[in-house]
Design a protein around this ligand. Structure first.
Ligand SMILES: *Cc1c(COP(=O)(O)O)cnc(C)c1O
Length: 429
């Protein structure tokens, strides 16, 4: 049943900004009427298999009754209350779970409202920590190219300088120290040369650097780069040796996506500061968290400010906390490890693409599959094709990638992989 005439697409086009789109020549948008399980339903009636999990977040699929109940019940009790001088059970229950499932040294939790804000908070923690130690020269960050950490200003300043259009904001963004993107792939050999160069950069700059920030193992929106755990292990060692804090941004990789609960486990390390978001609420609401160690939290609090200078209005929102707790419970009830292993196997179907001349690389890790093609993709064209095949996939740059909900069946994974193959073979990009 089509309800197309109830959707004012003309108003949308004239008045509403979508992510990274032009107001003159916007990409087409597809009206979605509802979601269910592994599917999106368009107003025009099509049923689409979801390959995106709404940008890494809807790990249990859509409208899961346990998650819907968690929100509904919480909404009838207390939807929101300020977090200043007030606390509540949903926040305490969630933070207990977060302290329990994240690497052991992380004991202090800051709840924030989106991934970008959790990165801002992480950066503040690092800067304030060194200030409180009397180290006034440690005011820069170090990071690797091809990173993505969000769209707010401090987060943007550590995104890949090319992809994030640093040049446009020159003079406005703080200038940080960039090292080359990790080049040794997760499946390949360790690149000793790049580890040596990394060490040289630490030697040269450590006295002015508060923290190194990076997405562990998978650099996502900056290029879907899957890098070697030895790089991460080396980073941890260098940070310890040179008194630089390590911030890991697991906003995309957290909650099982790479085959480990947190991607830092691929290198058996833990960060000084951890950012999580996206899948934290199973994609039901916006919520993020920044976790740190006792040492850093106490260090900040002993400083002249005495407090961490941040406190969003919607901090610890009870609805978001309640659904995040339910999502974490569901992760373990559903045996996420078995789900992700199964999806990873089914995604091997993507390797058929490697024989195509147009394909430069195929990478699969956990429940993430990437096909890199030889030219910038025409997003409008390829999306039209995918929808004709009953699929929801949204590429960027030269990358066609999928990170479906963990409940996605093998049959649906195969359909997503075959659809990508067909799009390339039929030049629909
Ligand atoms: C999405 C993302 C962010 C930003 O999160 P928002 O909720 O969009 O602000 C930051 N870092 C990484 C690694 C991400 O994938």
């Amino acid at each position: 049943m089509s309800k197309n005439n109830t959707i004012d697409l003309d108003f949308d086009k004239k008045h509403i900004w979508h992510p990274y789109t032009s107001m003159i020549d916007p990409l087409p948008v597809y009206p979605v009427s509802h979601t269910d399980g592994a599917y999106l339903y368009l107003e025009s009636g099509e049923q689409l298999i979801d390959g995106m999990a709404s940008w890494w977040s809807a790990i249990h699929g859509y409208n899961h009754p346990k998650l819907v109940n968690a929100i509904t019940e919480q909404a009838t009790t207390m939807s929101h209350i300020m977090f200043g001088s007030i606390t509540h059970a949903p926040a305490i229950t969630l933070c207990k779970k977060l302290v329990e499932i994240t690497p052991a040294p992380l004991q202090k939790v800051f709840l924030a409202d989106s991934g970008s804000v959790s990165v801002e908070v992480a950066i503040k923690m690092a800067l304030q920590y060194w200030l409180s130690q009397g180290q006034h020269t440690k005011s820069k960050l170090m990071t690797a190219k091809k990173g993505y950490h969000g769209d707010t200003f401090a987060a943007m300043s550590v995104c890949d300088p090319v992809n994030s259009m640093h040049s446009m904001y020159q003079g406005f963004l703080p200038e940080h120290i960039f090292v080359p993107a990790p080049s040794a792939s997760i499946a390949g050999d360790v690149n000793q040369q790049e580890l040596l160069e990394l060490e040289l950069t630490f030697k040269q700059h450590h006295h002015e650097v508060a923290a190194f920030i990076i997405e562990p193992i998978v650099q996502n929106a900056g290029g879907m780069n899957f890098y070697h755990p030895a790089y991460l292990a080396k980073l941890r060692a260098l940070c310890d040796e040179y008194n630089v804090l390590l911030i890991l941004d697991e906003i995309a990789t957290g909650f099982g996506r790479t085959g480990k609960l947190f991607a830092s486990e691929h290198a058996n390390i833990s960060p000084d500061i951890l950012c999580i978001g996206k899948a934290l609420t199973g994609g039901m609401m916006t919520l993020s968290a920044t976790l740190t160690t006792d040492n850093i939290a106490l260090g900040i609090s002993k400083g002249s400010a005495g407090v961490l200078m941040h406190g969003p209005t919607f901090m610890g929102n009870p609805l978001a906390c309640a659904v995040a707790s339910a999502s974490i419970e569901l992760l373990f009830e559903n045996d996420w490890q078995a789900q992700v292993t199964r999806i990873s196997k089914a995604m091997q179907a993507l390797t058929q693409c490697i024989q195509l001349d147009e394909v430069q690389d195929v990478r699969i890790l956990g429940a993430i599959g990437v096909v890199e093609v030889n030219r910038t993709i025409d997003v409008a064209k390829i999306q039209k094709f995918f929808i004709s095949q009953g699929l929801w996939i949204r590429p960027f740059g030269k990358l066609i990638y999928i990170m479906p909900p963990y409940i996605t069946s093998d049959q649906h994974i195969t359909a997503l992989c075959n659809g990508i193959y067909a799009a390339i073979v039929q030049q629909q990009y």
